[in-house]
Design a protein around this ligand. Structure first.
Ligand SMILES: [Zn+2]
Length: 221
């Protein structure tokens, strides 16, 4: 009874020595697999979260599921700045207290969160949707450069702050934009160095990023 023939491959395994085989019953294994695909979630964390969900009361588990559905159904991009938004304009663009004459150009909506945390900036944003990276096939056409130029034409913009990441792609993007914007007669500034080079704005602490914003320098041709 305890011996099994080697030819008969069974679905019951008495030991869990086969990590490539699903260990848990269908739905929980599916959840573990889905969670494991999330950025920054390793297999152990995926397992921990899945069991947390399993043990949580039904209501809070459904709240989590509903939050995911709502994000997919109700969030879109702001028509003006391409930040995430619930209506055609994001909360920043629809806030009349924000200074429309100054635009902070960032790569990603998450960078807006980082800049907002500094409480140093009261203008509006423009989200490029990435940075120039020829290796990855990202050229100016893949970024929202043209809509930025359109905004400059109609919004009475006096200054554009280039707030791309302090890494190779971010610097290249800033330089590209500066060359494009300077002839248009708008003041172009770049956040000061002092941020960890190669880093992501997203991870910069608000004090450092605040200082980098405050110490931004004008880009001249
Ligand atoms: Zn917006």
């Amino acid at each position: 009874m305890t011996t099994s023939t080697s030819t008969k491959s069974t679905t019951k395994s008495t030991t869990s020595r086969r990590p490539d085989r699903p260990v848990f019953a269908g739905p929980i294994q599916e959840l573990v697999d889905e969670l494991g695909r999330l950025p920054g979630v390793g297999p152990r964390s995926a397992q921990r979260i899945a069991f947390y969900v399993l043990e949580a009361d039904r209501e809070s588990a459904l709240r989590l599921a509903q939050a995911i559905v709502e994000v997919k159904d109700r969030i879109r991009l702001c028509e003006r700045c391409f930040n995430v938004a619930e209506t055609e304009l994001c909360t920043i663009c629809s806030d009349s207290r924000r200074d429309r004459s100054i635009i902070c150009v960032v790569e990603d909506p998450r960078d807006i969160v980082a800049v907002e945390r500094t409480r140093e900036f009261h203008g509006t944003y423009h989200v490029l949707g990435g940075a120039l990276s020829p290796i990855d096939g990202v050229g100016p056409e893949q970024l929202r450069v043209r809509p930025l130029l359109v905004r400059l034409g109609i919004e009475g913009v006096a200054e554009v702050i280039l707030c791309t990441n302090p890494n190779l792609e971010g610097e290249a993007t800033a330089m590209y934009l500066a060359r494009l914007l300077l002839p248009l007669g708008v003041k172009v500034t770049r956040i000061a160095s002092g941020l960890p080079v190669g880093g992501d704005l997203e991870y910069a602490d608000e004090l450092t990023l605040g200082r980098a914003l405050e110490g931004r320098r004008e880009v001249t041709s």
